[in-house]
Design a protein around this ligand. Structure first.
Ligand code: ZN
Length: 201
């Protein structure tokens, strides 16, 4: 049986490991890079290498950063009394796009989903509680997705933070149920933040 040359097979295999890329899409992408656009292939490979070398996680909030602190954490004009807790770095970018929120962030890099074997240890929650130690943070907006797991995560985090005297709120409804924050448009997000509801446990 004739198949792709080994180097292309490897490329297809690696591409198909990306989220939402199946084997057929991976083969189409590989063919495009190798047969139609070798210049793109070269610049893509160089850009990926450079990004991997230079981008890490902010040591305070775990957003993406090119140095020890991200651009938000190193900005002295941000309001250090309020923190917005999100699941993924893409959520920070979505919230920044509306240009209204001036507080800090904390990226959990996970959700609380014990049914799938993902407990609190899979989130950057300890790092969040350590940030409360100096008493500067007074309010947390828990902007996890409006999915079952996102809601459960928000409640779990709220319990932990409230024990430490932090007021917790959740963006108002408006972000479609099951919709992820990163896909919400700016106006919807802005309304959801302004009308956020305090979580009373
Ligand atoms: Zn940061």
């Amino acid at each position: 049986m004739v198949s792709y040359p080994p180097a292309m097979q490897r490329l297809v295999r690696e591409l198909s490991r990306l989220p939402s890329i199946g084997e057929k899409s991976a083969a189409r992408l590989a063919y495009h890079l190798l047969a139609n656009d070798r210049q793109l292939a070269a610049s893509l490979s160089k850009t990926i290498h450079e990004a991997v070398e230079s981008i890490g996680l902010c040591e305070r909030c775990f957003f993406l950063a090119e140095s020890t602190l991200c651009t938000v954490c190193s900005d002295p004009s941000r309001d250090g009394s309020i923190i917005c807790v999100v699941e993924k770095p893409m959520d920070v970018v979505a919230i920044e796009r509306m240009q209204e929120y001036k507080g800090l962030y904390h990226v959990l890099h996970g959700v609380w989903a014990p049914m799938r074997g993902q407990g609190a240890e899979n989130m950057r929650l300890n790092e969040l509680t350590q940030r409360l130690d100096d008493g500067t943070i007074r309010e947390a907006i828990l902007a996890t997705s409006s999915t079952v797991e996102g809601d459960a995560t928000a409640l779990y985090v709220a319990r932990v933070l409230r024990e430490r005297g932090v007021t917790c709120s959740r963006p108002a409804q408006g972000i479609p149920k099951g919709g992820e924050l990163e896909y919400a448009d700016d106006l919807t997000l802005s309304r959801a933040f302004k009308g956020r509801n305090v979580i009373n446990l």
